[in-house]
Design a protein. Structure first.
Length: 315
């Protein structure tokens, strides 16, 4: 196959290999009516089949070790999931197992067992709201039409942008106030239970830390960053009964969401590798505390493959 040959040329085995790491969040059972471009089971199944054909898919810790040693195979790729959604266990895991693939799951431990990510509070508020318009003027967040799926998507995206960089406490307060204004009771089953994390691990998947509450690390002082990162690591180690060596920065943009000092703190806390959300690939000699990731969302598997090739060439 031409694409596979070109991928091998762009990322040959050994010191010249370039590691591709894919980033996902959710895999819903069915397409989402508000966010139809998000990953769902049928698309993920097709994608996994393509990845199996085109790449050598590795566990992330093995890939990081072989990257450090200059010993990656040709066309190396890792699959990662952020945050800790219940559908990672219930939907994504069986698909990964069917294709014989491994993935790393980064867990924000403060949301386990009935918690909820702040952005999901906003999305689910908008989804469940029966009002034609959500008036949030008194909160400084404007008015948002909710008459159809497109308007609901636009409203959710706008609210996420407005709330995202608020301090953690204010962010949570705003989410609660918005749900109250919308007259919505929010779900408590979006994120994994502790038992589901253990099940992922027992199924051979890798588990990594992703802080306690998913804050913007660059906005916190050193003590708060340490508490967030170490608290997540220790909680997972308690659950799994073994060392947790992988970390993912919340939001993950270098210089904006986390700083060089944050990366050094993560290194000092005993992690072997950490992933950002900077697009591109990672080469031998690059900082393993700032592994790049990539998320092409093409619906066509062929377009997806060619975009991954472009990422290898450009990144």
């Amino acid at each position: 196959m031409l694409l596979k040959t070109l991928l091998s040329l762009a990322s040959p085995a050994g010191p010249k290999a370039r590691l591709s790491v894919l980033m996902f969040h959710r895999v819903t059972p069915q397409p989402d009516s508000i966010f139809p471009d998000e990953m769902h089971a049928e698309r993920f199944d097709v994608l996994c089949a393509s990845l199996k054909r085109w790449f050598n898919v590795l566990p992330l810790d093995e890939a990081a070790r072989r990257l450090r040693e200059g010993a990656l195979p040709s066309r190396p790729l890792c699959i990662t999931f952020d945050d800790g959604y219940a559908d990672n266990r219930e939907v994504a895991l069986p698909i990964l197992q069917r294709h014989g693939l491994s993935a790393a799951f980064f867990i924000s431990t403060g949301f386990l067992d009935g918690g909820r990510m702040w952005n999901d509070s906003l999305i689910e508020t908008v989804r469940a709201c029966r009002l034609p318009e959500l008036d949030l003027e008194t909160l400084g967040l404007g008015r948002h039409a909710l008459g159809n799926a497109t308007q609901k998507r636009q409203a959710a995206q706008a609210l996420i942008r407005q709330v995202k960089y608020q301090p953690v406490e204010r962010r949570l307060e705003l989410c609660e106030l918005i749900a109250e204004r919308a007259g919505v009771d929010l779900p408590t089953d979006l994120m994994m239970s502790s038992a589901q994390v253990v099940e992922l691990h027992r199924a051979g998947m890798q588990i990594g830390a992703h802080t306690l509450s998913h804050p913007i690390l660059a906005s916190l002082d050193e003590a708060a960053v340490r508490a967030e990162v170490l608290g997540s690591k220790e909680r997972l180690e308690q659950l799994l009964g073994e060392r947790v060596s992988l970390f993912a920065y919340p939001n993950g943009k270098p210089g904006e969401d986390y700083s060089p000092a944050n990366a050094e703190l993560v290194r000092g806390l005993g992690f072997d590798a950490a992933v950002s959300t900077e697009w591109g690939t990672t080469r031998c000699g690059d900082d393993l505390m700032q592994i790049r990731r990539f998320t092409p969302w093409d619906r066509s598997p062929t377009r997806f493959g060619w975009r991954l090739l472009a990422n290898l060439r450009d990144g």
